[in-house]
Design a protein around this ligand. Structure first.
Ligand SMILES: Cc1cc2nc3c(=O)[nH]c(=O)nc-3n(C[C@H](O)[C@H](O)[C@H](O)COP(=O)(O)OP(=O)(O)OC[C@H]3O[C@@H](n4cnc5c(N)ncnc54)[C@H](O)[C@@H]3O)c2cc1C
Length: 402
């Protein structure tokens, strides 16, 4: 009988899982994507929305037509609950039943963990999703009328450090481009024990190389620090130091989304989904998870809590593994393991008019055999080329491409 594969989430992990599942299963399954956003957003480009270098239409596409072209149904609805016993999702538009479920819901942004943090109930900006980046862009326009100190950082427990580094380097570059660099100090603060740690204990030479960028562009860095609280014009650090600011962008810690936290047995206390090496749920063998939604433990503790990055590339790899294992299960084949510890990382860190490439054969662990860090002015062009390639590849469902 035809199976119903429901993918919850329409981003890096979810779209890869959906396109791959349909390609592998063809008429043996109906594939349905449920997402609370009608658009796919290329999140890495949100840092360029703030200084006005990208418009929404440059970095997004509509999910429904892209998926329909491949025979995949889209339901735009907010999921509020997952019932693993009855195999149904509850959405504000009604129930969605499934035979197999892929949870690819990304993070809930935990701004509430630091008083005064975040664009809704606080005073700092965010580039973690499209609405936040648009708000941060408006705040940037206001800031430019009366510039002053800028603080960019990653709060205790944060995990998405690359985005923070890219933002501080790009915003510093934006000041230079506007000819107003002398009107602002730029400061980077982070829970990482050292700069260039990235939540993965660094890559060979990363501390030194990030340090070089910071000293070249006169950016002060404050590692190994937590944020106590934030007022409209000051960030109070755990060391007691007050950092005045006129514009601040702070990456918050992530947790699993509310629907998972509201669904007993689906996620852990933080709302992350615990999976085995097949990306299959530890209790329910018709539920898989991929991307940021997957539970991962930091390999080594840090003095200030520092999370584990789950990048877009890793999210795609996990989405692909989940889809392939669902197809194998439906066809009665053996599932293929892929430990999250064995996923490679490839990252282009943009610095406005230059950047660096980081490649490791394993994201975590001391047993890496390959660690490459390559700073170059070519990396900015590389990032722009990758943006176009990725949007084309995903819009056209070619998620089998690298
Ligand atoms: C500014 C920034 C820059 C970055 N740059 C890079 C980079 O250069 N390279 C890189 O590899 N990674 C980068 N990342 C990380 C990358 O964006 C993430 O790893 C990736 O987005 C994770 O994909 P995901 O599919 O797991 O989750 P997400 O992208 O968060 O997608 C979650 C999906 O679930 C849907 N959803 C959530 N809740 C619900 C609900 N209740 N009901 C229905 N649908 C729901 C959302 O609408 C969305 O479609 C960056 C991140 C940021 C913030």
């Amino acid at each position: 009988m035809k199976k119903r594969v429901v993918v919850l989430g329409g981003s890096f992990a979810g779209l890869t899982a959906a396109f791959d599942a349909k390609r592998l299963l063809k008429d043996a399954a109906d594939v349905i994507v449920v997402s609370n956003q009608p658009l796919f957003t290329f999140i890495p480009s949100l840092i360029w929305v703030v200084p006005g270098w990208r418009r929404v239409e440059d970095i997004t596409f509509r999910l429904e037509p892209a998926l329909a072209r491949h025979g995949i149904q889209t339901i735009i609805a907010n999921v509020t609950h997952i019932d693993p016993q009855r195999c149904v999702l509850t959405t504000h538009k009604g129930e969605v039943p499934y035979d197999y479920l892929v949870i690819a819901t990304g993070p809930h942004l935990d701004f509430a963990s630091v008083p005064g943090m975040g664009p809704h109930d606080g005073y700092t900006q965010s580039v973690c999703n499209l609405p936040h980046a648009l708000t941060a862009q408006q705040a940037w326009v206001e800031y430019l009328k009366d510039p002053g100190p800028i603080v960019v950082g990653a709060a205790q427990g944060a995990s998405c450090f690359g985005a923070g580094y890219e933002f501080v380097l790009n915003i510093e570059y934006a000041l230079r481009r506007l000819g107003i660099r002398n009107q602002a100090t730029v400061t980077w603060l982070t829970s990482e024990p050292f700069i260039g740690h990235f939540g993965i204990w660094g890559v060979k030479g990363s501390e030194k190389e990030v340090g070089r960028f910071f000293s070249r562009y006169n950016i002060e860095s404050i590692p190994n620090v937590a944020i106590d609280h934030i007022t409209p014009d000051t960030i109070r650090l755990s060391t007691g130091r007050d950092l005045p600011y006129k514009y601040a962008m702070i990456i918050p810690p992530f947790m699993g989304i509310e629907a998972i936290r509201n669904s007993p047995g689906v996620g852990n206390a933080k709302g992350w989904v615990e999976v085995d090496d097949h990306y299959r749920h530890l209790t329910y063998n018709n539920i898989y998870a991929a991307g940021v939604a997957v539970a991962m433990t930091p390999p080594q503790p840090t003095p200030i809590p520092t999370g584990v990055p789950k990048t877009g590339y890793m999210s795609e790899v996990m989405g692909r593994a989940a889809a392939h294992n669902i197809a194998a299960d439906i066809k009665g084949h053996d599932l293929k393991p892929l430990s999250p510890l064995d996923i490679q990382a490839m990252c282009l860190l943009d610095a406005g008019d230059s950047g660096m490439m980081l490649v490791v054969d394993k994201v975590f662990g001391a047993k890496r055999r390959r660690e490459i860090l390559l700073p170059s002015t070519l990396m900015h062009a590389g990032k722009i080329a990758f943006e176009s390639y990725f949007l084309w590849k995903t819009r056209t469902g070619r998620t089998y491409l690298p």
